[in-house]
Design a protein around this ligand. Sequence first.
Ligand code: HSE
Length: 433
Amino acid sequence: MKDKINIAVLGLGTVGTGVVNLLKDNAVELSRRSGHDICITHVGTRRQRDDIDPAIKQSDDLMAIAADDDVDIVIEVIGGKTVAKDVIIHAIKHKKHVVTANKALLAEHGNEIFGLAEGHGVQVRYEAAVAGGIPIIKIIREALAANKVDWVAGIINGTGNFILTEMQQKNRRFGDVLKEAQALGYAEADPTFDVEGIDAAHKLSLLASIAFGIPLQFNKVYCEGITKINLQDVVYAKELGYTIKHLGFAFRREHGFELRVHPTLIPNSTLLANVNGVKNAVMVDAHPLGQSLYYGDGAGAGATASAVMADVMDLIYVINANTPSDVPHLAFVPEELSDTRILSSDEMTCGYYLRLTVKDELGVLADTTRILSENGINIDAIMQRDAHKSGLVPVIILTLPVLESQMNKAIKEIEALGAVTEPVVRIRLESLE
Ligand code: HSE
């Protein structure tokens, strides 16, 4: 057994600095748990930092660090999909275990990276890639290993949740809240990844793979962001007993899996509706456990470093046991990953919130409900508000779950009515039962 485990931290941004600080703060505890002194021997950084312990070598030659014989575990927290990919592949080829927080890279190239790691007898760990400090990868992959997962629903982008919460609770403007999230270190380098749902879709594809035992298929995730959410809809939803959250869903259906990220009305009474600010939460519905919910900080230096170091600790146990691998990267043995279809958006099933803007004319509601009924759509609630000064009336309709293709057809027919003056606003709705 080695006395010392040597670690290289590639990237000294928010997360990399968090890892360095965590090791400084908790060195004794980590050593007591692992039975080793855990030392950062190298950091990969473009600019020399004078706040780093002089005993740690600083270099911008990431490839040399990843191949260094002294290094046991490489932590990649550079981000991006180019240099990060090259350096991870280089580390794997030099038989180093890797820890990464890089959800974009894994969602898009994870099948290749995990395959390569398996071929070289090393592990790539990625707890920090999904929901920051919440150990959701370990929970689904290991703690729930005896279950068959039916669905996963998660608030998995802290920035998006922070923005929606501030808009809902304080009537703040979208742009101002986004700037604050960036200053707090929550937002992605490109914040469109947060607000357009791409970051959540990256994370969802990882969750779906380990929940269902399917290869990573980021390009098949239906993805809609929060930029079009209107305060008026937030208020109407609340009146009807719902909260709008930006959620990622992975559902097991009869004919395939549904993978989707979009703003969603969920009942105020559900626990997920009460997850506010930058917090993340993931709910898993599995047999025989039933529903379980995991909550915590999804972003920030401390939360992410906590997840990164938990992976390092696991890898130290792998090194101690002198075994090439332990848990399969995607929770199921690679040859058992299934090619079950991912359903197209037309084949998805969910409830809907519809907001129509109509002229105050005789029969417009009757025409609307007739169209919904002709398309097999069951109305759950309907609310008509007072006319605006313009004489136009907002009508809000909630429906029971329906196939998206049926809803698309009905909306087209409703928009063709002479009394309907604007495109129908639609937001998906889930009861989470
Ligand atoms: N931008 C991400 C978020 C950071 O806001 O959740 C953690 O992945």
